[in-house]
Ligand binder design. Structure first.
Ligand SMILES: [Zn+2]
Length: 276
């Protein structure tokens, strides 16, 4: 299939943050090495490599709060965008050293959420560190809200140190033996996970295995579309990555049919399109 038949979706949190950041720019943001010309507003790719028709639906009870370094939302390779594509309750805020967005502070105070700051344990006092997220035992339990600092590693460390409003929350330190397969901005010195991989590890940590696999498969297909667009190569819609995403999306659709209570009332599935 191609992305041509996708329906327009309302802009998600990262898309809105990007638009707001662009509106504040005094000069146009030029992505280094990215493809030039017209871009799809839904996925940031050139129309021939549009990903929108492949966007899977992953309704989960957890939320993701992206706190993004200044130009992160502008980067066409940013994978926080993919998290917002897939996880209905994704929130996104720009970070500033001197002040916190009042909407972010209100979200962190909202009693329906139990925030977890996702950060490596070696930089945190041990008493704050947790390695697992308790799966909600009752419907009235607070829902996990994973706070991800979406930035380069030095920026993320600075953001962690200089955001006092995060100090009271537990720090989730993720362990994974899986090496990152992220290829877009990978350098030899950068062995850290990309944002969507971290979000997938969070989903896995609270038992949302199928959702985690689906997000990883979606990121893999995005990486393929992004790199092929950059190299002006045609897509192979039938390759292993596309087939894996399709089979996971089918499994998720089946799970939804069997468990309608999984559907998030805040973001009705009627407004989102099943990709397959
Ligand atoms: Zn698109």
């Amino acid at each position: 299939m191609t992305g041509d038949e996708s329906l327009p979706l309302p802009p998600h949190a990262v898309s809105r943050l990007r638009a707001a950041r662009l509106a504040r720019s005094s000069k146009p943001f030029l992505a280094r090495g990215g493809p030039r010309g017209e871009r799809c507003a839904g996925c940031r790719l050139v129309p021939s490599h549009c990903l929108c028709g492949l966007r899977p639906v992953v309704p989960v009870c957890v939320g993701v709060c992206l706190i993004m370094a200044d130009i992160e939302a502008l980067k066409p390779s940013n994978t926080g965008w993919l998290v917002a594509d897939v996880v209905p309750d994704t929130f996104a805020f720009g970070w500033a050293r001197t002040e916190a967005d009042p909407a972010l502070l209100a979200l962190l105070r909202d009693p329906q959420w139990q925030p977890y700051v996702v950060f490596p344990s070696e930089f945190v006092e041990p008493a704050r560190v947790v390695n697992d997220v308790p799966v909600a035992a009752s419907p009235i339990a607070r829902r996990p809200l994973f706070i991800l600092l979406d930035a380069t590693w030095p920026e993320a460390r600075k953001m962690f140190r200089k955001s006092a409003y995060l100090d009271s929350f537990p720090v989730l330190s993720l362990r994974s033996d899986r090496l990152s397969n992220y290829q877009l901005r990978r350098t030899k010195a950068d062995q850290h996970f990309c944002t969507s991989e971290v979000a997938a590890l969070c989903l896995a940590a609270c038992g949302e295995t199928l959702a985690a696999q689906t997000l990883n498969a979606y990121q893999e297909v995005f990486t393929d579309h992004y790199l092929r667009a950059k190299q002006q190569l045609p897509l192979d819609w039938e390759d292993a990555a596309h087939k894996r995403l399709q089979s996971l999306a089918n499994l998720m659709a089946l799970k939804l049919l069997q468990s309608p209570e999984l559907q998030s009332p805040a973001d009705s599935l009627e407004t989102r399109r099943l990709a397959y």
